[in-house]
Design a protein around this ligand. Sequence first.
Ligand code: SF4
Ligand code: SF4
Ligand code: SF4
Length: 306
Amino acid sequence: MVTIALETLASCSGCEISILDLHEELLELLDNAEIVYAPVLLDAKEIPEVDIAIVSGSVRNQENKERLEELRAKSKILINYGTCACYGGITGMADLYTPEEVTSRTYTDNPSTEPAELPSEVVPELLPIVHAASDFTEVDGYIPGCPPKERLVGDILIPLIHDEAPVVPKKSVCADCQRRMEHVEFDKIHRRVEGDPDPEKCFLSQGYICLGSVTLGRCGALCTAAGVACHGCGGPSLDVLREPSHDIYNGVIKRIAHLSKMPEKDVEKQMYDMGHLIYGFVIGSKIMEDKLVSKIPQLVKKEVVR
Ligand code: SF4
Ligand code: SF4
Ligand code: SF4
């Protein structure tokens, strides 16, 4: 019987819940594997030796880092599960602020709660910035998604427990999107709340920022089908990951310039809120920060050192 550990670091626990979304396939998983450690499901305090460790959430504090390192030492296969574990995810947006700003906002300077003492002795010390798990350990596989979609979880986990190589989709979100991409001359980038985009046409062709072309497409283009532009929760596309000079920011700029005939520098002048809009799911990723053209170094608070 294959043994599995599920570890939750700085996470919303949505990733663990997504494993339960396997529905009937969960039974197939449990016929062949035993979940022996999962703080979100079981009362197991010590991490045992396991075949497969699935880690979700980013590394935000010293305790996260120590648990991740212990998990690596005790597992044969370690998988980053969810965009937080793979690229820092949405939790990485804390890097737009210093740890002091984050803690004071939580405990002492929050308009909706009474100020409280900082619990310095019981809360593990925050690291200077948020990290993806692979910043500290060797990782055997990445399953991004926020959370990963249930179909993908089944397609990857079930073969893995049978010691088979999983077949994973490699295309971007655009490949599954039914919207029509077309060349239209325009000279204004719209904020997402502005106007009323045509439901048949590509958001980019209408001057709205959509990250579908630079995002790994394992969700079936859920959001664009529902009328919402892709905000990149699936993590960077394989093209972005492979090319050192290809980044989410420059990928979007180039595509809008291509579709609208606006010069790239004019598109750049209109870009807004890069921290949330462009890098919202990857700002904690060293892989993305180290890209030759990455804007992440300009966004992360400068007094911290990676
Ligand atoms: S990837 Fe998404 S669902 Fe998973 S822990 Fe992070 S925020 Fe939650
Ligand atoms: S950029 Fe967005 S709206 Fe356009 S085709 Fe790609 S996913 Fe669809
Ligand atoms: S369309 Fe984009 S934001 Fe929506 S689920 Fe897919 S990857 Fe995530």
